[in-house]
Ligand binder design. Structure first.
Ligand code: ADP
Length: 741
């Protein structure tokens, strides 16, 4: 590359203004090589990847190593400003990307190379391409090309490089032009320290011709105020081009520079070119006239060139768009494939999690069924008062443990966004009665008074999700009892109709318990978060209840609000919307109904209970005893199918998971039997698997109904009432207690 010394300030004032037309002509001429096939700029939009944008955010300032006083490519002006063709390109890139390029000036060239290859500085803006450099730097695409030129006086007979054979030729001593001249043209060389000195020697007649790079010699001539010169440009193997060198650990910067360079338009290139490479004015009238004529031709030529380039650029643009489109399609295909893989992995993980939860739920619920069920069976016996109290505690603890398992299952469903809300008819006052019973048995002998108030005008027959409403109430009332050592807990139920068809129910649960600090109120509904644990280390919990209850209320179109005075008590109000089936309120009110163990007896009915665990069979037999039905039992599906073939049972209660043949297989086998009664015989699945979606699976497999373990005695009673034929049922009057066990 040609080195040009910095411009002495005294020469700067001697620059004469060239005619605009001439300037344009030269600008176009000099820009032609820039517009060669691979460098025709595209005014395409700059599209950066996320990683590139992030790089710009993280590295807004790029430190540029400025080595050479290398006019007009890059050098310091009289005021010490970093100027030239390369800085102009950097300014443009900065405008397009937001990057700021800050020069570290006046570093010896060898040091500049080292600082960028060591990563101390980021960028070298004017590097010629070599194989070695490609190993130490990340080189951008060439962005500026230029050619050698012969400089002769205006009246010289020399018209081409070949005319100088045999004559001495001036060159700057370290330039590659010297080698070219020497090896190709075989001429004697006069060596000069700078291109400027050599150009001056030609202008003053001391040399017949000099060889340099066109932009350099034009710039030197202009700065020296020389206008009596001709410049004969030509192509050779010494055509040169600049790229930028980026430190190797910044590949994003190289990509950003390449993409931005590709968006620099021909107009922008011409503007930079004409700013730095212009010819001077010789002051002679004749020459001016000649230039004027030439200028007109140049304008025409420039216009023609412009039109050709525009057409060419347009074609390139279309080709580039096609290329981009293909790239985009490939990226989209790749992304889609990645997403499909990720989705598959996520689905597999989610299935594994669901399978694990189902398994855990089943494993824990099975023994809980025995604990709660047998406690219930025992409580129906005439136990001594002490023993009855202890058994009640066993049952209550079993129920608490079950509610924790339910909470964890619910939490996993909610966090997976899989919470379904059922839509079935139910009686509000029955639901409230059940809740009241459970809460009263939970209070047992704690000095806490429990009262309820239900608005008399509330409709009773509703549609919605009774189970979820029950869970919300049990959660709030359970907490109220748990966090109240003595005093009272109350439930007030009211409602406001929304049009004719729906009602906004409001459940207000108040207690005189430990209360909640004001600063803790925001934490109440956060999953797994418990507050004031140090203050009350003896009160246990998971921190899930309120967050689940709130999600449930929200899923039913409402919410929960809390108010509390620390040390005095709390009020939780749950609001939710249900549909109204019948607006008329029922006369019976919650808690008035006397609880019966069984609502009927059916001594002629025959029921088969299938379960592989003897303790589960014991529970089922105990819970069914008050109905005085004939109970048959067996230990797996295969035995069940054999028994069904022999006897026309009124009902089969079938466990799900059993060895040899499970409940689903057995039910399918029964349904496949020839006899009509086997296709219609009611089979109810008894399962410890409470995962959502299971119910649907069971119904599809041929079961008529679903009862989850641990068995809830009320649900059992409802289920039996539905499936034991009416002709075999005899009602037990209210207040009665079914059959003695
Ligand atoms: P936990 O299983 O801990 O009871 P919850 O989500 O039901 O979890 O409640 C979150 C926290 O809110 C509890 O740990 C408790 O500190 C507080 N809290 C809930 N209800 C009451 C109440 N009625 N009185 C006082 N504190 C309560």
């Amino acid at each position: 590359m040609t080195k040009v010394p910095s411009i002495p300030p005294s020469c700067a004032g001697g620059i004469k203004r060239a005619r605009p037309a001439l300037r344009l002509f030269f600008a176009v001429l000099l820009t032609l090589p820039l517009l060669s096939a691979e460098t025709v700029a595209q005014d395409a939009a700059l599209i950066l990847t996320e990683a590139e944008k992030e790089f710009i955010r993280d590295h807004p300032v790029i430190r540029v190593a400025v080595a050479a006083h290398f006019a007009p490519f890059e050098f310091l002006d009289n005021h010490g400003n970093y100027v030239g063709i390369a800085p102009d390109y950097l300014t443009l890139i900065g405008e397009k990307t937001g990057l700021r390029f800050v020069p570290a000036v006046d570093i010896p060239f060898v040091d500049a190379l080292k600082k960028v290859s060591d990563g101390e500085l980021d960028l070298l803006p004017t590097l010629g391409w070599t194989e070695e450099r490609e190993k130490i730097f990340l080189l951008t695409r060439p962005y500026y090309k230029y050619k050698p030129a012969l400089v002769v006086r205006g009246d010289s007979p020399i018209k081409s490089v070949y005319d100088i054979r045999g004559q001495p030729l001036a060159v700057q001593r370290s330039t590659s032009n010297a080698h070219f001249a020497f090896s190709t043209l075989n001429v004697a060389l006069s060596l000069y320290d700078s291109d400027g000195d050599a150009v001056l020697a030609v202008a003053e007649g001391r040399e017949a011709a000099m060889l340099g790079y066109l932009p350099v010699v034009l710039y030197a001539a202009r700065n020296l105020g020389l206008s009596n010169l001709n410049f004969i440009s030509f192509s050779s193997e010494y055509d040169n081009a600049f790229c930028m060198g980026v430190r190797t650990d910044m590949p994003e910067l190289r990509n950003i520079l390449n993409k931005t360079l590709a968006t620099i338009t021909p107009a922008e290139k011409i503007a930079i070119q004409s700013r730095w490479v212009r010819v001077g004015d010789d002051g002679s009238e004749k020459r001016q006239m000649r230039y004027l004529a030439g200028a007109s031709a140049a304008v025409l030529l420039a216009m023609a060139t412009f039109i050709i380039l525009k057409t060419y650029s347009h074609r390139k643009k279309i080709a580039l768009h096609r290329q981009n489109e293909n790239m985009l399609q490939e990226m989209v295909r790749q992304r889609t494939e990645d997403l499909q893989n990720q989705t598959r992995l996520a689905v597999e993980a989610s299935n594994a999690k669901s399978a694990f939860l189902a398994k855990m739920s089943h494993e824990i619920r099975t023994p809980m069924n025995v604990v709660i069920g047998l406690a219930e069976v025992l409580l129906r016996r005439d136990l001594p008062a002490d023993a009855a109290k202890e058994v009640r505690h066993i049952k209550q603890s079993g129920i608490s443990l079950l509610s924790i398992i339910n909470d964890i299952l619910d939490f996993s469903k909610i966090s997976e966004g899989r919470m379904e809300v059922a839509d079935a008819e139910y009686a509000l006052r029955d639901l409230l009665g059940d809740v009241e019973d459970i809460i009263r048995s939970g209070i047992a002998d704690k000095p806490v008074e429990f009262t309820t108030h239900i608005d008399a005008g509330l409709p009773d027959s509703l549609r919605g999700d009774a189970n979820r409403v029950r869970q919300v109430l049990l959660n709030l009332l359970g907490n109220a009892v748990k966090y109240t050592r003595r005093g009272s807990v109350s439930l007030a139920v009211s409602g406001a109709m929304i049009g004719d068809k729906s009602i906004r129910l409001s459940f207000r649960v108040a207690d005189t318990g430990i209360g909640i600090r004001q600063e803790d109120m925001g934490e109440l509904f956060v999953s797994f978060r418990r507050v004031d644990v140090q203050g009350h280390p003896d009160i246990e919990g998971t921190g899930l209840g309120l967050s689940i209850a709130r999600s449930q209320c929200r899923a039913m179109g409402g919410d929960i609000e809390a108010a509390s005075v620390y040390g005095k008590g709390s009020v939780f109000t749950a609001v939710l919307v249900q549909r109204v089936v019948e607006r008329r309120p029922q006369r019976a009110s919650a808690g008035q109904k006397k609880k019966r163990t069984a609502t009927f007896i059916a001594p002629e009915a025959e029921v088969l209970v299938v379960d592989d665990l003897p303790s589960n069979l014991l529970v089922a037999e105990g819970l069914l005893a008050p109905y005085r039905m004939r109970i048959f039992t067996c230990a797996n599906g295969r035995e069940a199918v054999d028994l069904v073939m022999q006897r026309p049972f009124d009902l089969v209660l079938m466990d799900h998971m059993m060895p040899e043949m499970d409940g689903v297989e057995a039910t399918r086998a029964v349904r496949a039997l020839d006899e009509e009664r086997c296709r219609t015989m009611p089979i109810v699945v008894l399962t410890a698997n409470a995962m959502s979606g299971m119910q649907e699976m069971f119904l599809k497999s041929g079961f008529n109904d679903f009862l989850s373990k641990p068995i809830d005695t009320d649900l059992l009673d409802r289920m039996l009432t539905q499936w034991i034929p009416a002709g075999k049922r005899r009602n037990v009057p209210e207040g009665g207690n079914g059959a003695p066990v």
